[in-house]
Design a protein around this ligand. Structure first.
Ligand SMILES: Nc1nc2c(c(=O)[nH]1)N[C@H]1C(S)=C(S)[C@@H](COP(=O)(O)OP(=O)(O)OC[C@H]3O[C@@H](n4cnc5c(=O)[nH]c(N)nc54)[C@H](O)[C@@H]3O)O[C@H]1N2
Ligand SMILES: Nc1nc2c(c(=O)[nH]1)N[C@H]1C(S)=C(S)[C@@H](COP(=O)(O)OP(=O)(O)OC[C@H]3O[C@@H](n4cnc5c(=O)[nH]c(N)nc54)[C@H](O)[C@@H]3O)O[C@H]1N2
Ligand SMILES: [Mo]
Length: 773
């Protein structure tokens, strides 16, 4: 079945084309065509029918792209262009063959783009790079596993190892993996969430006691008002647009708060409907607030202040007094604090006008049911945690938590990142979880917190981490401060990546390195007890099964659960009383443990088998019970801060193009923003161009402006005039990670500040066209 890859060419930097930007609408006919074209071309009609057409269906697999929920009725096929790209990328029949490793040295692979690496196809056999050598070579599964076991068991302390997880991992593999790490003796369980929604977990944990969305899927269409902050759903959660459209059809309104006029926030042509395909589509945002980067905390404070002032003008009519009296604490302190908020500061921080903020406050007060959603534009900020606490303040004032059609809704990224956390993937799991592990498995898990993703690189820099194991993901590309990340990984003794496809992290290795190839979620998983399914949790706490639909690309592959179980067995032997062999044979056995260890998961095996799975209990959402220190929802007082901009500098955010999934680059195009055949661009406002004496089409080096004296430069980017908020520029992630120092993190959550980095631009020569060289 395996096919060899056709020659993949990298674009020349002079190929870049810019056109028609920004697009004012998302999806429609091109969305439908784009969703099917690459699939049929790369996989053939049969594999496409078994994958793209089966995703998110009952008895199908959970789409491996974003964490947006599936409609529970799940009858009809849903077109989702970016879901189709993710599936095609994973279920491709193209594979990396044994000869590849002799042909390409590690240094050669390091010089290739993420795009090229991904296009080589699926990994099918374990490979090993010995110390001092520049090539991987195929090894057997048992050799690979023994190598790792010997290394781990020779460490001075279990804390010299770190076990990273990326959010595509199933609940079963995640549960087994954290059990393995803790059985080995460490809480070093960093994950992609550290760089993603960690700020949401912190802020919500402290204020309402649960770090997860307080809404159900149905709430979106019942809301009177949905405020979307720092999120680009047209690209990153495309199926969410259908729910926004449904909300509007029911008379609801939408406000978008973003420095960029993103395509899906403006107009949506629902590819699910004929009307959406041929018609004009639905105007999504009733109000668009083009905010300055990092201004959201100020905006939320300003709106809350207006709400309190409206209450003062008409006492008893604006606030939800019954809710505040019974369930909340801190109203007087908040009122006192906001009375000192200066409007000039708010206008400077947000770049908005008072009239715009008045309108938002009026909309908020006029609506009985309000949902606020947010993603990386809010969490990856220095004051991300406080900005989210201010979102919660605003929601609490009018009782918008724990009622239908209302709530706080962080929209998570990876398809199972929330489930992995529920299963114990966290360097700081609470004592109660560790107690439950102890009770179930009869060993004493380590109690000291482990390292998160940023702390892990700090520890690597100090020589404290010797072995790195990555269950999915591409950490050296995903984390900030690329140079420091590379040096950290290279300073280790052994790096191990459990992956579906090649990426940068396979090329930046410890002295020794292993790649363990794994099956993906789209593939049929047959073990000794029969065909297996895994389970996942979406962004609204719905847990459900996922069944593979296509033949695995190679029968030499193991599932993630099998790999983790074999590693654990080889490393731990009988040290912890776990039936690792049984885990691999029948995932029900893992789920039985989950039902006894993980809160809310009693009778897990029975409940996930029910139609549509089940929804995890959530005190604030279900019964307005707030498991905080005081038992009340906390209104909090947060000192206003935003990023100021010294003369000559700009504030840079890094974001995703329409054709990528995190560090996976599907193509060099970003159709919604008019970019073709290249990614080295900086989106910049016309007034900033004029002020800096630069022009659209000029090339610049982008320099990070930090006071640590370390040069951080992103070379030769084309300036693209774009209607971004003045003073705020944008470039693509992961390229822009070179500009972010490891120490620049969100207060509290330690999340790298990927959305507000000070930079300056230096003009350089344009690249010479290939033909002219
Ligand atoms: N196709 C596809 N789907 C994905 C992903 C992918 O890469 N590709 N990634 C997945 C993952 S892991 C995640 S976490 C999510 C990410 O989903 P998003 O958070 O939508 O991803 P970003 O591309 O980082 O977009 C950030 C948005 O926030 C805005 N923004 C930036 N700074 C600010 C600010 O200070 N204030 C406000 N109000 N807005 C701001 C940006 O202009 C941009 O629209 O998507 C998930 N889904
Ligand atoms: N500057 C900047 N940096 C950022 C962000 C940003 O907005 N700006 N966003 C951050 C965010 S939100 C996140 S979530 C992180 C993402 O960080 P990661 O989750 O570490 O990165 P991904 O690119 O999602 O990982 C892709 C790799 O996962 C592997 N993979 C894919 N599917 C599977 C599977 O089913 N099983 C296994 N075992 N492996 C698989 C493939 O080898 C693929 O190359 O990046 C963060 N970094
Ligand atoms: Mo993410």
């Amino acid at each position: 079945m395996a096919k060899h890859v056709e020659k993949v060419s990298e674009p020349n930097e002079s190929d870049l084309e810019v056109s028609d930007h920004p697009r004012s609408w998302a999806a429609g006919v091109p969305g439908v065509l784009h969703s099917m074209e690459p699939a049929v071309a790369k996989m053939g009609a049969v594999r496409t029918a078994k994958t793209v057409m089966k995703m998110n269906q009952k008895d199908g697999f959970d789409c491996p792209s974003c964490a947006w929920p599936d409609p529970h009725h799940r009858k009809a096929f849903e077109f989702c262009e970016n879901g189709a790209k993710a599936v095609t990328w994973e279920a491709t029949p193209i594979t990396v063959d044994s000869a590849f490793w002799a042909e390409h040295s590690v240094s050669d692979l390091r010089g290739r783009s993420e795009y090229w690496l991904g296009q080589q196809g699926r990994l099918t056999e374990p490979v090993y790079k010995p110390a001092g050598e520049d090539h991987y070579r195929p090894v057997s599964w048992s050799e690979a596993i023994d190598l790792l076991a010997t290394k781990l068991n020779s460490l001075d302390s279990p804390d010299q190892a770190a076990f990273y997880t990326s959010g595509r991992t199933s609940n079963e593999a995640a549960f087994a993996y954290q059990l393995f790490a803790r059985g080995f003796g460490t809480n070093n369980l960093p994950d992609c969430s550290n760089m993603c929604h960690e700020s949401s977990g912190w802020a919500m944990g402290e204020t309402i006691g649960v770090g997860k969305a307080t809404v159900n899927f149905e709430d979106y269409e019942q809301a009177d008002l949905i405020i979307i902050m720092g999120q680009n759903p047209g690209t990153n959660h495309p199926r969410m647009l259908t729910e926004l459209e449904n909300c509007k059809k029911n008379g609801g309104h939408i406000v978008a708060i973003n420095p960029l006029p993103e395509a899906g926030l403006r107009r949506y042509k629902n590819p699910q409907k004929v009307r959406g395909i041929i018609g004009r589509g639905t105007d999504i945002a009733d109000q668009f607030l083009q905010i300055r980067l990092s201004g959201d905390m100020a905006l939320m404070q300003a709106v809350s202040k207006r709400v309190l002032e409206a209450e003062d003008r008409n006492p008893g009519t604006v606030l939800d007094h019954d809710f505040l009296d019974r369930h909340c604490q801190g109203l007087d302190e908040l009122r006192e604090h906001l009375s000192h908020l200066r409007e000039e500061t708010v206008l400077e921080a947000t770049g908005l006008t008072s009239a715009e903020i008045d309108e938002l406050a009026e909309r908020y007060i006029a609506a009985d049911r309000v949902i606020i959603t947010w993603a990386m534009g809010i969490t990856q900020q220095k004051k991300g945690v406080d900005a989210i606490k201010e979102i919660i303040n605003l929601l609490l004032l009018r009782g918008n938590i724990g009622k239908r059609g209302a709530g706080a809704s962080p929209i998570r990224g990876h398809s199972n990142v929330q489930g992995d956390r529920t299963m114990g993937i966290w360097e700081q799991m609470p004592g109660s979880f560790l107690d439950a592990l102890q009770q179930e498995f009869g060993f004493n898990p380590p109690r000291e917190h482990g390292v998160d993703s940023v702390q892990m690189f700090e520890a690597m820099g100090q020589g404290k981490i010797k072995v790195f194991v990555g269950l999915g993901g591409n950490l050296v590309s995903a984390v900030s401060d690329t140079g420091v990340a590379y040096a950290g990984m290279e300073g280790t003794d052994l790096t191990v990546q459990i992956s579906t496809k090649l990426n940068r992290s396979h090329t930046v290795t410890g002295a020794e390195a292993l790649i363990l190839p794994t099956m993906g979620r789209t593939e049929i998983d047959i073990q000794e007890s029969g065909e297996q399914f895994v389970t996942v949790e979406d962004t609204v706490c719905a847990v459900h099964p996922s069944w593979g639909n296509v033949e695995p690309v190679s029968h030499h592959l193991l599932s993630e659960t099998a790999i983790v179980s074999r590693l654990a067995h080889a490393v731990l032997g009988d040290k912890v009383k776990v039936d690792w062999v049984g885990f691999e044979k029948d995932y029900d056995l893992i789920r039985e443990h989950i039902s006894r260890v993980v809160p809310g998961c009693a009778n897990y095996n029975q409940r996930v088998r029910r139609e549509g799975g089940f929804i995890l209990a959530h005190g604030p959402r279900d019964t307005r019970t707030f498991p905080t220190a005081t038992g009340k929802a906390m209104l909090t007082v947060n000192d206003l801060e935003y990023v100021e901009r010294p003369a000559g500098t700009l504030i840079l955010q890094s974001l995703r193009s329409h054709d990528q999934f995190n560090t996976t680059i599907y193509s060099f195009n970003d159709r919604y923003r008019g970019i073709h055949k290249g990614r080295d661009v900086v989106f910049i406002n016309a007034t900033d161009l004029a002020e800096l004496g630069l022009a659209d089409g000029d090339y610049v080096d982008v320099h990070g402006v930090h006071d640590d004296g370390v040069p951080r430069v992103m070379r030769r980017c084309r300036l693209v005039e774009y209607p971004t908020s003045p003073g705020c520029v944008a470039a693509y992630y992961p390229e822009a990670n070179v500009l972010v120092p490891l120490s620049l993190v969100a207060d509290g959550s330690n999340t790298p500040v990927s959305k507000a980095v000070l930079v300056r631009l230096e003009k350089v020569d344009a690249p010479v066209p290939a033909a002219a060289r």
